[in-house]
Write a protein that binds this ligand. Structure first.
Ligand code: UD1
Ligand code: CA
Length: 490
C-alpha cells in the first residue's frame, strides 16, 4: 500500500510541476545584462562571503540564510548576480556550512574553517582564481537590498576608469558600524573600520558597502601584504585598498544615491528593515504588473510569487513560496497561500492553502484548509470548515460544509453533504476513497476506506459506509428510529 501511495504522490507532484511549466505564462525577469561594449571580453566572476557567524544576529541560524521576504539573504545575492549575467560564482562558507548549503543546493564553494576576517575569507579562494586574470566582484552575504542596476554600474565604472579596484559606497547621516571611505582631494586613500576609527574618521559619512570589483591578480597580490595587526586581530579585506593606493595603483569609488540599498544586515532590527524594503519593492512590482492591492501595507507577498492582472488581494493576506495566481482572482482577508498553483477567476476567503492546485473559477472558504496535494479542477466549491488532503476533486464538485476528504478521488459534479468524513486511516495505514460522477453523499456520511462509490449513487445521511456502493444505487446504514410517545411526561 505504501508504495502505491508514494506513486500517487509522485504523479500529483508531477501534475503540479506540469501546471507550473505549461499553464502559466512566466512573468519575465527584468534583466540588466552586462554589455560587452567594444571588443573587450566581459570577464567577471562573483565571490560571496558567507562564512561568518553573524554574532550580532543573536541566533542559532547562520546569518546569511536568514530569510528576507522569503529568500535566504545569500541566495538573494546570487539571484541578483544572475540577473546581471554573472553566472560563475564562488561562495566562502564556514560557520554551519551544511545548513547554508541545504538552502542553496548546487553551488561552488570554498571552506573558511576559522573566520579570521573578510580578507582571510577572500584568500581562501586564491587557488580557485589561479588561472584567471579577469575581474572579481566581491560581495558580502548580508547585503540583500542591492539592485542589479547597481552592480552593473559598479562594473561599468570599474571598466571606464580602468581601475584595479572599484568600491561601491554611499552616504549615511549616521554611518555607525560601516567602514569609512577616507579621501584626500576626492581621491580614495583607504578604508577604516568603525572599530579602528578615530573621532575625525568617525565623522566621515561616505561608507563602504562591502561590494567591490577587483582585478583578480592585483587583489591577491595586495592581500598577501595585509596584516592582522588591528583591534579585532582580523585580516580585513578593506586593507587592500590602502595598500594598492600606496603602491600608486588606480582605485575608484562608485557612490550610490540610495543608501538603503547597501544596508548590511547584522542584527534582527536590520533584518526587519530589509524585510520591509523588499516587501514594498515586491508590492510595487506587482501593482505595476496590474495586480490590485487594497492595502499594500498589510499584505505579505514573497519574492518568488507570481500574480496575474486584475487579481485583487485584500488586506491581511500572506502569499508565500512558489505560488502562482492567475488573473481576475479575489483573495480575501486572512488567507495564507503557500506553494500553490491557482488558475484564473478563483475566489478565496479566510483560508489556508498549501501545495495544492486550484483550477479556474473555483470558490474556496471561508475557513477552508487545503493541505498538500489537493487538486481542485474547474468550478469546484469548497465551503466552511472543509479540509482536503491529497485528493482530486473533478470539475464542479461541491463540498459545502464541515468535511474531511483525504486520499480521495471525486468525480464530476458530485455533491458531498455536510459533515462527511473519509475515514482514511486505521492507525497504521492510509486507504483510498473513490467516488464517481454525480454522486450524492448524504450529510454525516462516514466513508470507511478503502471504499468505492459508483457514478450517480447516493448514500443516506448518517451512514457509516464500509462496503462499496454500485452505480445508481443507494447505500444506507442506519438503525430504525424508535419513537416513545409522551416519554417526557413519565
Ligand atoms: C564589512 C566591511 C565594512 C563594510 C561593511 C558593509 C570589512 C573588514 N568590513 O563590515 O567596511 O562597511 O561590511 O556591510 O570587510 N565573513 C566571512 N569570513 C570572515 C568574516 C566575515 O566570510 O572571517 C563574511 C560574513 O559572513 C559576512 C561578510 O563577510 O557575510 C561581512 O562580514 P561582517 O562581519 O558582517 O562585516 P562588517 O563588520 O559588517
Ligand atoms: Ca555586515
Amino acid at each position: 500500500m505504501k508504495e502505491s501511495l508514494k506513486k500517487l504522490m509522485k504523479v500529483m507532484k508531477k501534475s503540479l510541476k506540469n501546471l507550473i511549466d505549461f499553464n502559466f505564462k512566466s512573468i519575465k525577469m527584468k534583466k540588466v545584462k552586462l554589455e560587452n561594449k567594444g571588443a573587450e571580453q566581459v570577464e567577471l566572476k562573483g565571490l560571496i562571503l558567507g562564512a561568518g557567524k553573524g554574532t550580532r544576529m543573536n541566533s542559532e541560524i547562520p546569518k546569511v540564510i536568514h530569510r528576507v521576504n522569503g529568500v535566504p539573504m545569500i541566495k538573494k545575492i546570487l539571484n541578483v548576480l544572475g540577473e546581471v549575467g554573472v553566472l560563475e560564482n564562488i561562495l566562502i562558507l564556514g560557520h554551519k556550512k551544511e545548513e547554508v548549503l541545504k538552502e542553496l543546493g548546487n553551488v561552488e564553494f570554498v571552506v573558511q574553517e576559522e573566520q579570521l576576517g573578510t580578507g582571510h575569507a577572500v584568500m581562501m579562494a586564491k587557488e580557485k582564481f589561479q588561472n584567471y586574470s579577469g575581474d572579481i566582484m566581491v560581495l558580502c552575504g548580508d547585503t540583500p537590498l542591492l539592485k542589479p542596476e547597481t552592480l552593473k554600474n559598479l562594473y561599468l565604472t570599474h571598466k571606464k576608469t580602468g581601475s584595479v579596484t572599484t568600491i561601491l559606497t554611499s552616504i549615511y547621516e549616521n554611518p555607525f558600524g560601516y567602514g569609512r571611505i577616507v579621501k584626500e582631494l576626492d581621491k580614495i586613500k583607504g578604508i577604516v573600520e568603525e572599530k579602528e576609527a578615530n573621532e575625525e574618521i568617525k565623522k566621515i559619512k561616505e561608507v563602504n558597502a562591502g561590494v567591490y570589483c577587483f582585478n583578480s591578480k592585483e587583489l591577491f597580490k595586495a592581500l598577501e601584504k595585509v596584516k592582522s595587526d588591528n583591534l579585532k586581530g582580523e585580516c580585513y579585506l578593506t586593507d587592500v585598498i590602502g595598500i594598492q593606493v600606496e603602491e600608486g595603483k588606480e582605485v575608484a569609488t562608485y557612490c550610490l544615491d540610495d543608501n538603503m540599498e547597501i544596508l548590511g544586515v547584522n542584527s534582527k532590527v536590520e533584518l526587519s528593515i530589509a524585510e520591509k524594503v523588499l516587501r514594498e519593492r515586491k508590492n510595487l512590482e506587482l501593482m505595476e504588473e496590474g495586480v490590485i492591492l487594497i492595502d499594500s501595507n498589510t499584505v505579505y507577498i514573497e519574492e518568488q510569487v507570481k500574480i496575474g492582472r486584475d487579481t485583487i488581494i485584500y488586506p491581511n493576506t500572506i502569499i508565500q513560496g512558489k505560488t502562482e495566481i492567475g488573473e481576475n482572482c479575489k483573495i480575501l482577508g486572512n488567507t495564507r497561500i503557500i506553494d500553490c498553483i491557482i488558475g484564473d477567476g478563483v475566489e478565496i476567503e479566510s483560508s489556508v492553502l498549501e501545495e495544492s492546485i486550484i483550477e479556474k473559477n473555483c470558490t474556496i472558504g471561508p475557513f477552508a484548509h487545503l493541505r498538500p496535494l489537493a487538486h481542485l479542477k474547474e468550478k469546484v466549491h469548497i465551503g466552511n470548515f472543509v479540509e482536503v488532503k491529497k485528493s482530486i476533486l473533478e470539475t464542479g464538485v461541491k463540498v459545502g460544509h464541515l468535511t474531511y476528504l483525504g486520499d480521495a478521488t471525486i468525480g464530476e459534479h458530485t455533491n458531498i453533504g455536510a459533515g462527511t468524513i473519509t475515514c482514511n486511516y486505521d492507525g497504521v495505514n492510509k486507504y483510498k476513497t473513490t467516488i464517481g460522477k454525480k454522486v450524492f453523499i448524504g450529510s454525516d456520511t462516514m466513508l470507511v476506506a478503502p471504499v468505492f462509490i459508483g457514478d450517480n449513487a447516493v448514500t443516506g445521511a448518517g451512514s457509516v459506509i464500509t462496503k462499496d456502493v454500485p452505480k445508481n444505487s443507494l447505500g444506507v446504514e442506519r438503525n430504525k428510529q424508535i419513537i416513545k410517545i409522551d416519554w417526557r411526561k413519565k
